[in-house]
Structures are given as C-alpha cells and as structure tokens.
Design a protein around this ligand. Sequence first.
Ligand SMILES: C[S@@+](CC[C@H](N)C(=O)[O-])C[C@H]1O[C@@H](n2cnc3c(N)ncnc32)[C@H](O)[C@@H]1O
Length: 253
Amino acid sequence: MPLVNLAVVLVSPKTPGNIGSAARAMLNMGARDLRLVAPRCDHLDSQAVAMAVHAADLLREARVYPTLREALADRDLSVGTSARIRADLPAPRHPAQVRPLVRAASAPALVFGPEETGLVNSDLEQCQVTVRVPTGDYASLNLAQAVLLVCYEFLQAQDEVPASERKTATREEMEAMYGHLHQTMHLIGYTDAVRARHTLRLWRAMLDRALMSSAESRLFRGLLRQVEWKVRDAARCGTVEGKAAPADETALD
Ligand SMILES: C[S@@+](CC[C@H](N)C(=O)[O-])C[C@H]1O[C@@H](n2cnc3c(N)ncnc32)[C@H](O)[C@@H]1O
C-alpha cells in the first residue's frame, strides 16, 4: 500500500542532490507530497533532477513554504526526526514506537532538518513526537537516507491497519488552541513572560499526546473562552468568586 497522504517536509535543505535523493526515496515508499521550508537552493537544479531519477515529478510538484508552521497547517500528525537527543526536549522514540500514532492519523507529516544543524528546538516543539533511527556510534544519517528509513517505518505502520475514520485536529487547529491557551495563561496569571515558553512546552507535550479530534480542540477552546469571560466579568464587577489556586498547585515548571 502506498503512503497515500504522507507529507515529507524538508526544513531549509542546502544541497540540491539531497532534495533529489529524498524525492527518490519518497517515491520508492509511495509518498508524493514533498514540502520545502525556506530552501537554501533551487530544488529544480539539474543535480536535484538527476538524483531524483524517476521522481522528478515530485520535485516539480513540490510546494515551498516560508515557515514550518505553514507547511504543517493541514496535517493532523507531525513527526520530527533527529539524530541527537536534546536535554531540554522529550526523548526521541524508536520509529516503530510511533506506529499507533501513524495508524490514527489521516494526514501525517514527517519533518527533516537542515544538513548541518538538524531541526532546532522550536521546530521540534511543533511536532507531537520526535523519532530517532538507532545507529552505531555515528548517528547522523544522510538526509535522503533518513527520509527512506523513516518513510519505510511509516509504510509498515500503515500496512498493519487501515487509516482511522476519526478526524484528528489539524496542526493549524492545535496551534490556534495553543495560542489561545497561552493568552489565557497570561490573563489568569498562571505564567509570566519569563516562564511562558517552558510552561507552554509542558502543556503542549501533554495535550499533543492526547491526539485530540477537531471537536475536542473546539471543546477545550470553549473552556478557555469561559475562563476569559469569567475573569473579565469579575474585573468589570470588581469581584472574583472563589480563591486562586495555591502557588504550588500551578507551579509545574
Ligand atoms: C545530516 S542530518 C543533520 C545532522 C545534524 N548534525 C544533527 O545533529 O541533527 C539531516 C537530517 O536527517 C535526519 N536524520 C539524520 N540522522 C538521523 C537519525 N539517526 N534519526 C532520525 N533522523 C535523522 C534529521 O532530520 C536531520 O535533521
């Protein structure tokens, strides 16, 4: 079965040959949707076309985005990839461990980083999960080889069970929800400008694990709207019902 609706996102790739080889690897695994975020070279360069071989159409059809957020907006699962383990982010998983997530998704994306540096933390924060292909001591795979291996793993997952009918929230809906959560946290004094990023990161990791549906993300935002309304109404009337939570109950970070 081909990887019907999988998008492969290359963030800021530098070398045309790598983009062409990545396109070839995608076609090998049955994926066709290539997305480039702020590429640093021409993806239709002759070297890219030569390395793509029969996948040159994927290069011609590739879409270019200014930001990762825009490239992921219509996706319901985004999986980051990294050769490195980062101290300040959740540990990456073995690719086989994300099979249940892949099976639940109807519009997944795989995100790969630039050749020299890999994805930065703010890119990985936009992914529900990060995977790392186990290797020998030298962990850094060539970009196209990483695309081939991780797409292969996705293919195995999709082959096991047909895609679910459940409508998982898109990344655009989830990002809008996180923006709303951020705003509400500030309004109620749950966090401040210094701690906000870290606090939100903890909440994002927890809520991303829930694989919310569109309806559930709207339900959550309904709760946030009610909190906002209540706080503003109390401020208008000069009363606040109930007590604020003790500091140690809210201080997760
Ligand atoms: C050449 S690597 C970048 C290496 C970079 N020095 C780093 O430490 O992340 C280019 C991209 O291939 C993917 N990649 C390379 N090795 C990987 C591995 N072992 N597991 C998962 N992805 C890998 C990642 O997307 C990475 O950003």
